[in-house]
Unconditional design. Structure first.
Ligand code: PAF
Length: 279
């Protein structure tokens, strides 16, 4: 695996791989890699011939009171994990290279960015769309892989890719969960042992709602109220519980097959997100 910090060197490697007839697969990450990320890397490897993974903790997508400063950084462990997955290139740009002091461009994806995470974290998806657009232009992959856990991010990136004509096929890897159901996330590391125990109630509440919807209890208001009730009973603080069309992120009144239930909760100082799809 080659570790590259400059965009020029990255472009040279990608150009020569493509020149020898290989297709480029790409997984953008912010590091602190876990099995969820590695499953996306494996998907990229299956679907392309040359795999690039980037690690960049993107300051633009963190609000002023969010966890940019304490976001876990584990460059050596991450590099070792990616090398053992036979990744071809690890791209580690630094913030000064990504954002010169007079950087003045942003990508705003209206509509899909607005509810859910977009409402609680104003500017978050502008930061995500801007960095993903830059990374897409830098890496120029044929295939890019994102995780289902960040379902609204997937909708934002999908819309941006279509609207701006990026010639990139997007793939979505399923959420990887701990044995008690908690979705893997770099932010799980913030949880104390007691918070970690309580956190299992979060996926349980979503799974129960998914099962209710599967049994025909399709009213969105009732489904989301049930999730809130379960979360509060477990002493978890729901931030939002939305029932939406995952393509548009528009709220629905009746959950149909494919409808998404997505939620965020606060556990102490940590905020976790998760989602399920109605079967
Ligand atoms: O999902 C993430 O880790 C980030 O939002 C992404 C896509 C790497 C952009 O910074």
């Amino acid at each position: 695996m080659e570790t590259i910090r400059e965009v020029g060197a990255l472009r040279d490697l990608v150009r020569s791989a493509r020149g020898s007839g290989r297709t480029i697969g790409y997984v953008p990450t912010m590091g602190a890699l876990h099995e969820g990320h590695l499953s996306l890397v494996r998907l990229a490897r299956r679907e392309s011939d040359f795999t690039v993974v980037s690690i960049f903790v993107n300051p633009l997508q963190f609000g002023p009171n969010e966890d940019l400063g304490r976001y876990p950084r584990k460059e050596a462990d991450d590099a070792a994990a990616l090398a053992s997955e036979s990744v071809d290139v690890l791209y580690l740009p630094d913030a000064a290279e990504m954002y010169p002091p007079d950087f003045s461009t942003s990508v705003e994806v209206r509509g899909v960015s607005e509810g859910g995470e977009g409402e609680t974290r104003p500017g978050h998806f502008r930061g995500v769309a801007t960095v993903v657009a830059k990374l897409f232009l830098q890496v120029s992959p044929d295939v890019a892989v994102f995780g289902q856990k960040d379902l609204q991010q997937v909708s934002v990136v999908r819309r941006m890719t279509r609207d701006l004509d990026f010639p990139i096929r997007l793939l979505v890897g399923p959420t990887v969960r701990e044995p008690d159901g908690l979705a893997m996330s770099s932010r799980n590391a913030y949880l104390s042992p007691e918070e970690r125990r309580v956190a299992a109630a979060f996926p349980r509440a979503l799974f129960e709602a998914r099962d209710r919807a599967g049994r025909g209890e399709r009213g969105a208001a009732e489904l989301s109220e049930n999730v809130r009730r379960e979360l509060r009973t477990a002493r978890l603080d729901p931030d939002y519980v939305d029932v939406v069309d995952p393509e548009t992120m528009a709220p629905v009144e009746i959950a149909a097959p494919g409808t998404a239930l997505l939620a965020a909760v606060r556990i102490g100082k940590t905020r976790l997100i998760d989602n399920v799809l109605v079967p």
